[in-house]
Design a protein around this ligand. Sequence first.
Ligand code: PLP
Ligand code: CA
Length: 278
Amino acid sequence: MGRPCRQLEAAAARAVLGAADTLLFDCDGVLWRGDAAVAGAPGTLARLEAAGKRLCYVTNNSSRTRQAYADKLRRLGFPAAAPRQVFGSAYCAARYLRQALPPGAAAYVLGGAAPLDPAVRAVLVGFDEHFAYAKLCQALRYLLRGDAACLLVGTNRDHRLPLEGGAAIPGTGCLVKAVEVAAEREAFIIGKPSRYIFDCVVSEFDIDPARTIMVGDRLDTDILMGNTCGLTTILTLTGVSTLEEVKGHQESDCPARKNLIPDYYVDSIADLLPALED
Ligand code: PLP
Ligand code: CA
């Protein structure tokens, strides 16, 4: 049976939230848009925390540290978060490379300028506003070097980052694709929908997937990851994906598209507030 994608109204929300001890929040499009908090979102998170829920933040944005996210949450009026509650694709990529590479090995990060370094054993592609043909050449030189295996790792595949008014800028997925095409191989992806980023959360906290909710605004990253990792999924309509897209997946015969359908949706996470009032 497919997921129903039911609107989560107060009575159902009380039951769904009551059955969970952890909520994973995507950030942009869920908690804030750019630099403005979604109306009612800080209050919702404060109530969730007061109700004893563990809150974690799972973002594909590779351009900020854990501390920068903790600072932004505080600045926008969300409950205080420790950096260890934040799982960004840059932090998780560093963790992956630390485990995958031998001691003393280095990575070529698209974003840094460098001469060819013999210690490099990985090319890491993240969000790089200064992406250039010269960097693509440098990445390929490492990946083709015959003397040692070189990993190819991408922080995420988001192909577009939306701006207000329907505008968008190209996302990291475009840069990962450029390197993959040149190298004729596929990158290992850290961020959503890869389960690696969820494994990072599991490695730092005592997580039971059956008692964990993933809240996101994108079907192809947040909801897909939540569904494939056995979490309860909630789509919020304050960001990228729409109910029309959900409908398209529901009406499709393609089995792979069923994992893009959330269990529930809300117009905004502020809609969860009534379920949290006594
Ligand atoms: N990558 C970059 C560079 C971004 O700026 C953003 C959003 O601001 C994202 C990815 C998507 O982040 P999230 O997973 O929090 O929606
Ligand atoms: Ca998002």
